[in-house]
Design a protein around this ligand. Structure first.
Ligand code: AOF
Ligand code: ZN
Length: 362
């Protein structure tokens, strides 16, 4: 029964996708000993009430002797709101069931300790893997102090993303493309290359109902993208262009006012992508979805900077030697040199397959 309720907490929390960063997705449900749901709440938006507080405050009656289930340990610190653990104790709740311990050093077991010291029963680890996956971005941010990085690609069955002339519209169908919109809604930022901006002139916005635009990031070492590229439209969304540390100030001034420039050291004549990611994390970007071509995808993969791959595969075979691969740039003759992933899910969409894989990354 706890598992069933935890699944509901996860679904509840997911409704806030795209709105809580850098904070976690959290859902909380209050229930009685017969597992009847009394109240529920979620963390709706960054800076607002935590899930437990919303679940507690949306019920007017007495909560003495009731139970609460939540995917993340209740907090014990004074942040934007007072500690949720204190409120749970104050309301006389007798049992707290949770998924993950909070890795945030301000909490890190402190919430559990507070509850236990007050005589409350605490059950931990319910659906802990599913709860961790829900907050994979927050977990990586807190544990490794870096951004979570994913690649999204749309390929033919033979792994091509375009013909040599750049013809790529459309490989996958509209159902796959809607899934991409959901990803854009979920990630803090979309990152692409100057080549993709020049070739495809993408807008990289989220056109899903009730969606929100991700921050748009372009890697443009020598600033060769056009100022009137759609990606630079001033629509109130942050736009960041990462350029060489040697770029002249006067060149930056030729571009639109809404663009934030970040100067970055180079490595072999290109932006040092590891350093670029560090700078993005310093700039508050907790998760990055790379939507670019084979060369940039490969650069990130070979430097072991990717956590996750979303590959949309269409039932098409391009069968052209000169077509562009979704990762390219290596010269390998030994099959043992492959980059390996673990497939975490596959989903048959209308005509296409969505493959989600994880890379081994510290
Ligand atoms: C949330 N929502 O439902 C829970 C959180 O910035 P603050 O003061 O709101 O505190 C954020 C921290 O509180 C967050 O990093 C996490 O450790 C803890 N729990 N946060 O935003 C919630 N339960
Ligand atoms: Zn809290």
């Amino acid at each position: 029964m706890y598992k069933e309720l935890m699944r509901k907490c996860i679904e509840l929390a997911k409704k806030s996708e795209g709105h809580t960063s850098p904070n976690p997705l959290v859902g909380a449900i209050i229930f009685d000993d017969d597992f009847n749901i009394i109240s529920q709440g979620r963390h709706e938006k960054y800076g607002e009430n935590h899930a437990e507080r919303n679940a507690i405050l949306s019920y007017n009656g007495d909560l003495k002797g009731k139970n609460i289930i939540v995917n993340l340990e209740p907090c014990s610190h004074y942040g934007k709101t007072p500690p949720c653990a204190d409120l749970i104790i104050e309301k006389g709740i007798k049992r707290v069931v949770l998924g993950n311990v909070d890795p945030n050093p301000k909490v890190a077991g402190g919430g559990i300790k507070k509850l236990k010291d007050a005589g409350i029963e605490v059950i931990t680890g319910v659906l802990k893997d599913e709860c961790y996956e829900l907050n994979e971005v927050f977990m990586i941010n807190q544990i490794h102090k870096r951004s979570f990085v994913a690649i999204k690609t749309a390929t033919t069955l033979d792994g091509k993303i375009a013909t040599k002339t750049g013809s790529s519209k459309w490989i996958t169908d509209e159902v796959s493309r809607l899934e991409v919109q959901k990803l854009r809604n979920k990630y803090d930022a979309i990152l692409t290359s100057s080549e993709t901006v020049i070739k495809d002139n993408p807008s990289m916005t989220c056109r899903m109902d009730n969606g929100r635009n991700p921050i748009r990031i372009v890697l443009d070492t020598n600033l060769k993208t056009y100022n009137d590229s759609k990606i630079y439209d001033d629509d109130g969304t942050r736009v960041i262009v990462i350029v060489s540390e040697y770029i002249e100030e006067c060149k930056l001034k030729e571009y639109k006012q809404n663009i934030e420039f970040i100067k970055c050291p180079l490595k072999n004549g290109h932006i040092d992508i590891k350093k670029a990611l560090e700078k993005l994390y310093e700039n508050g970007i907790m998760s990055v979805l790379i939507e670019a071509g084979g060369t940039l995808n490969n650069a990130f993969i070979q430097e072991n900077l990717v956590d996750k791959l979303y590959q949309f595969v269409a039932p098409k075979i391009l069968a052209d030697n000169t077509g562009i691969n979704f990762v390219q740039g290596c010269d390998r003759s030994d099959i043992n040199d492959c980059n390996n992933l673990t497939i975490t899910s596959t989903k048959l969409l209308k005509n296409d397959i969505m493959i989600v894989g994880k890379f081994q990354r510290g």
